[in-house]
Design a binder for this molecule. Structure first.
Ligand code: IMP
Ligand code: MG
Length: 176
């Protein structure tokens, strides 16, 4: 892609799809017979959620939720706000939160607390990436794509100032 010259591949499109197939299989086993809603955290998890859901062989429902974190592009401030709420109640449902990346864990801790107050039957997290080196509040990620080092990554939904979400792979932005 034009402008993507400074991005080196960390996980190729094929590696991502292979991992998603495994996660989908695992979720299919775990959620059989359960009334399940897959909650996509916008916008970073859009592509991941779309591919993951098609690897879940169950009649799940899908909803989306927009969050915005105050702070600059590369740092999470921990002050999170819901910019677009779910379209339906989740009471008594089994919720799978789908995220692009768990960095400090602040965003997901906020979201899990918020969703828990709506009385779902269960909540689990499925994240494509996790950067454990930067954890400030631990999050139990039951379904995890890949663990990565403390580097800023883009692609496959992840952005750098809203760009590069539409790259098929996950890559690292090289320092100039
Ligand atoms: P946390 O609250 O620090 O866990 O960060 C959550 C959000 O920060 C993620 O959902 C991403 O939107 C963003 N983020 C964290 N690390 C990266 C990265 O390496 N690339 C792109 N976005 C990131
Ligand atoms: Mg995100």
């Amino acid at each position: 892609m034009e402008g993507a010259e400074r991005i080196s591949v960390l996980y190729s499109a094929t590696e991502i799809q292979d991992r998603i197939r495994e996660l989908g299989r695992q979720i299919t086993e775990d959620y059989r017979g359960k009334d399940t809603v897959v909650v996509c955290v916008l916008k970073g998890a859009l592509f991941f959620m779309a591919d993951l859901c098609r690897e879940i062989d169950l009649p799940v429902t899908i909803d989306t939720l927009g969050l915005s974190s105050y702070g600059d592009q590369t740092k999470s401030s921990g002050v999170v706000r819901i910019t677009q709420d779910l379209s339906r109640p989740i009471v008594d449902k089994h919720v799978i939160i789908v995220e692009d990346i768990v960095d400090t864990g602040l965003t997901l801790n906020f979201l899990i607390d918020n969703l828990r107050s709506r009385k779902p039957r269960s909540i689990e997290v499925c994240s494509l990436l996790h950067k454990p080196a930067r954890t400030r509040l631990p999050v139990a990620v039951k379904y995890l794509g890949f663990t990565i080092e403390d580097k800023f990554v883009v692609g496959y939904g992840l952005d750098w100032e809203q760009r590069y979400r539409n790259i098929r792979y996950v890559g690292v932005v090289e320092e100039p």
